[in-house]
Design a protein around this ligand. Structure first.
Ligand code: NIG
Ligand code: FE
Length: 404
């Protein structure tokens, strides 16, 4: 049994399995001067040092002046990809928009082309390396999307890579089928045929192979319409697969309304919302997942996190790690952006990136808070003055150690 003792403060305790919303977002339950007991990779006890039993034969780890908080649950990534796309950054600096680059065959289609010819082992090795770095910056669970395959074979290939990552890494991973990420060039003038391919072949084959936890679609001008995504989600629901949506990123695409209608696990991005979207999210358990590093990288407006919180939505934060709009999986940076650009307090940031992120990928029974019975998956901070140092230190995270 390991005993972490003299912890300056244990942050995010006793949240159980419930998401945090509304006024509770401004609050983080903590225990000052605490101890945390770990046995067999589970949290077995925690509390105030005043009741710690020094008589028992524990392996002692002293945490004087350090905080402990649960690891981040990054519920939206595209971390399996074949190549970076820094050339697109230069194109954007010269004035091209993300949509223009995509329409000219760059963007997602460029990634799809590279992935089709990339060796499966290489894809796995590269993703493994990226995830190891994410763990170092405090991430303890990730969702990974397909969507750079865009054919039966290549989507299966991506999902097999994700399965192998699940098998070989100790952190929980969820797999999302995102065949509806972009229309392959050969289907540009026959969109219905690609939607039919997804419904009749890609979805059922990937689900049959046991490779899919969620189904997602990019609902946006130039990508999938609400009607097209609706057909795909209907099929996914018939196969008992839960829904996530890339919604309202570049315009008010109708993705939020569609997702909430399907009781989606989450609707993600949300840069462009109307009053009806806020109303729907306020009464729903669908998580509103914000991806500020994508808005930052595209130099777009940020989602209105405070308005969502005021409206009682369940707000989560995720990295959207991908080669086109967010080439970083650093959740500390995401929290810093959330604070600086969206005015989220440290309490809101940590609630959004721990327990609510866990809720957005259905790992809240194991992760997202310091609770007895949950996984021993936590961050030990540097010797910091207050927990506000986490969003404050945006360039070099105040992390001493990550225990997975
Ligand atoms: O979440 N918006 C769509 N999908 C990704 C970007 C994918 C890419 O450009 O490769 C996103 O931002
Ligand atoms: Fe994304």
């Amino acid at each position: 049994m390991q005993a972490y003792i003299n912890i300056k403060s244990i942050v995010q305790t006793n949240r159980g399995k419930v998401a945090v919303r509304g006024e509770n977002m401004a609050f983080l339950p903590t225990i000052d001067d605490g101890f945390l007991l770990i046995d067999n990779k589970k949290i077995v006890d925690f509390g105030s040092m005043s009741v710690f039993d020094f008589e028992k034969n524990h392996e002692i780890i002293d945490c004087t002046d350090r905080y402990i908080l649960p690891t981040y649950c990054d519920s939206h990534t595209h971390v399996v990809f074949a190549a970076t796309r820094e050339a697109e950054l230069l194109q954007r600096l010269k004035g091209a928009s993300y949509l223009e680059i995509a329409a000219a065959g760059g963007g997602i289609l460029n990634s799809a082309l590279r992935l089709q010819t990339c060796d499966e082992q290489q894809l796995y090795d590269d993703a493994f390396y990226r995830i190891e770095k994410m763990i170092q910056t405090g991430t303890g669970a990730i969702e990974i999307k397909s969507g750079y395959g865009l054919s039966v074979d290549a989507e299966l290939k991506m999902l097999r890579v994700i399965r192998k990552l699940k098998e070989n890494l100790t952190l929980p991973i969820k797999a999302t089928l995102l065949a509806a990420h972009a229309f392959p060039a050969i289907y540009k003038s026959n969109r219905a045929a690609y939607v039919a391919l997804i419904i009749d072949q890609i979805l059922p084959q990937c689900v049959d192979a046991g490779l899919v936890d969620y189904c997602d679609a990019f609902v946006e001008n130039g990508f999938f319409t609400v009607a097209e995504a609706d057909q795909i989600f209907e099929k996914a629901s018939a196969l008992n697969i839960k829904i996530k949506v890339h919604a309202n990123q570049l315009s008010n695409s109708g993705g939020v309304k569609l997702g909430v209608g399907y009781n989606a696990t989450s609707v993600d991005h949300l840069e462009h919302l109307d009053a009806e979207d806020y109303r729907l999210l306020s009464g729903s358990d669908t998580v509103a997942t914000l991806l500020p590093s994508a808005a930052f990288f595209l130099n777009d407006s940020m989602p209105d996190a405070i308005e969502l919180i005021k409206n009682n939505a369940i707000v989560a934060l995720a990295s959207d790690y991908n080669p086109g709009t967010s080439p970083s999986g650093n959740m500390n940076f995401v929290n810093s952006l959330a604070a600086i650009k969206m005015k989220m307090t440290t309490e809101m940031c940590i609630n959004a990136s721990t327990i609510n992120g866990a809720f957005a990928m259905d790992v809240h029974h194991q992760l997202g808070s310091i609770d007895i019975g949950k996984n021993a998956s936590f961050i030990i901070t540097e010797k910091i003055q207050s927990i506000d140092a986490m969003p404050y230190s945006f360039g070099s995270p105040s992390i001493y150690k990550v225990i997975i």
